[in-house]
Write a protein that binds this ligand. Structure first.
Ligand code: FES
Length: 102
């Protein structure tokens, strides 16, 4: 495990995706039902920024063409996105969010 600091818990609110840059990776942080999820911030369809999309529960909709992803698995669940996006393990320690990029 190579945990990297990504943000503080206070910066993340459910329903408001947060784009962060961690060790050269663009990552989208999301909160849902008390858990924190981290996925690639680049849409697998045409490289839009997913953190600018709209979150509805565990589903994140891409702002460009409306493709949707399940934030728990990274799986594409709605056209025109077909390929998944990467997901990363997360943990919280002392009010900080860490993600594992390895
Ligand atoms: S760029 Fe995301 S669905 Fe097209």
């Amino acid at each position: 495990m190579a945990w990297q600091h990504a943000a503080t818990v206070d910066e993340l609110t459910e329903g408001f995706p947060l784009g962060v840059s961690v060790a050269g990776y663009d990552v989208c942080l999301l909160a849902w039902q008390g858990q924190i999820f981290a996925i690639d911030d680049v849409c697998s369809h045409a490289e839009a920024t997913l953190s600018e999309g709209e979150q509805q529960g565990p589903i994140l909709e891409c702002p460009r063409h409306g493709g949707q992803f399940d934030i728990r698995t990274g799986k594409a669940v709605h056209y025109p996105a077909f390929a998944p996006v990467a997901t990363y393990p997360t943990k919280i320690e002392a009010g900080a969010i860490y993600i594992d990029l390895v």
